[in-house]
Design a binder for this molecule. Structure first.
Ligand code: TXA
Ligand code: MG
Length: 347
């Protein structure tokens, strides 16, 4: 479906009376009419639709060009709403909800019978989260429905962290965009399977393994995250993602990046480098994009997707990127960078 116009509302997230803001009222009404709306969360922008309505969910898949076997996260405003969609909830799942919701943690439970089968891609499990963003919460409260929302990007591209990214990808393909400024965390929520004896991380994200362990003790990690030949338990993790148009190559040893740039330039290529504030002055690349401070990985998470998108406007042939330590949010950052590089790492 294509739209002649995509409504755009600017909403101030600090507004005390957000539920009455024009953008929230109109967007909530459109969601109730089974239209689809992009809105900010604390991680990335989401593309939301009525989780109970097949037509709304089909519109989401069509607008993104998303493979139909990749299920969506259902966003709710309260734990009670979540409980209605879940069959059996292990004790550790309840603990995780109580500590991390609202927040960048998605929990997968048995259930999902009460939402459109397109949401769960036919699985007998459902992924749920309460986002920690005043605009998202106001929209969910006002819509008064469970809202299925993948990231609001064209499938395969980096997730959107500002409204402009959404507009670049989806203008004319969706009903509206609520612009609530930049998102915050910058990488998506951590997805944790809660159907087994212990919680298992299916996708690293805004909440770290260490944070989860501090609350529930043992936390497993899907082995597909570290092994190439194992099928991931989260369908979305098998797809290529985030890749800029140019060849994107990770380089473990920062000290050799300078030589790699020089050698490609000698061959007539335009070379980009994805780097950090601490390192940026060391490179003579054609395009140098700095995504934050190596000493503060939260800044890197925040700027990562915007940096990857910016390379596409700069017409480079090849991009070399620094790597990051896989600790804390560094695990999510490296997961996304490795996907962007399609596994190409110079060690
Ligand atoms: O931060 C986020 O999670 C953002 C914001 C908008 O909330 N959403 C997001 O959605 O990243 P999406 O669709 O881009 O990623 C959802 C991930 C996919 O990897 C999908 O396969 C997985 O969650 N997922 C959804 N339902 C699942 C289920 N029942 N079992 C396993 N994985 C599931
Ligand atoms: Mg996504």
């Amino acid at each position: 479906m294509s739209y002649k116009q995509t409504y755009q509302w600017v909403v101030d997230k600090n507004n005390e009376n957000l539920r009455n803001a024009k953008g929230i009222k109109e967007a909530a009404l459109l969601i109730n009419q089974n239209e689809i709306i992009a809105f900010p969360t604390e991680t990335v922008y989401g593309l939301g639709g009525n989780a109970k309505n097949d037509e709304a969910i089909k519109k989401i898949f069509a607008a993104k060009g998303r493979p139909s076997d990749n299920p969506l996260i259902v966003h709710v405003a309260t734990m009670e709403q979540a409980a209605q969609l879940v069959i059996n909830q292990p004790e550790y799942g309840t603990k995780l909800m109580e500590v991390f919701w609202p927040g960048p943690l998605t929990l997968v439970f048995n259930g999902g019978k009460d939402v459109s089968p397109y949401v769960t891609a036919g699985l007998e499990t459902i992924a749920l989260r309460i986002p920690d963003h005043p605009v998202a919460l106001a929209l969910l409260e006002e819509a008064n429905l469970p809202v299925a929302a993948p990231s609001a990007n064209t499938s395969g591209k980096p997730s959107p962290t500002v409204a402009k990214h959404v507009k670049d990808d989806l203008y004319g393909c969706i009903s509206g965009i609520i612009d609530g400024g930049d998102t915050g965390v910058g990488v998506e929520s951590t997805v944790v399977d809660c159907t087994g004896d212990y919680p298992m991380i299916l996708r690293p994200g805004g909440i770290t393994k260490e944070q989860l362990e501090a609350v529930v003790g043992r936390v497993d990690v899907d082995e597909a995250l570290s092994q190439q030949n194992v099928a991931p338990k989260s369908p979305g993790m098998k797809y290529t993602h985030y890749a800029p148009n140019a060849d994107f190559i990770l380089v473990e040893n920062k000290e050799v990046i300078g030589e790699l740039i020089h050698s490609k330039q000698q061959q007539g290529f335009r070379v980009g480098v994805l780097t950090t504030e601490e390192q940026k002055d060391k490179y003579k690349a054609d395009v140098v994009i700095c995504c934050g401070y190596r000493t503060d990985l939260a800044t890197v998470a925040k700027r990562l997707y915007d940096s990857l998108r910016t390379f596409n406007e700069k017409e480079v042939d090849i991009i070399y990127s620094e790597t990051f330590p896989k600790v804390g949010v560094g695990v999510a950052i490296m997961n996304r960078l490795e996907k962007a590089a399609g596994g190409i790492i110079i060690r």
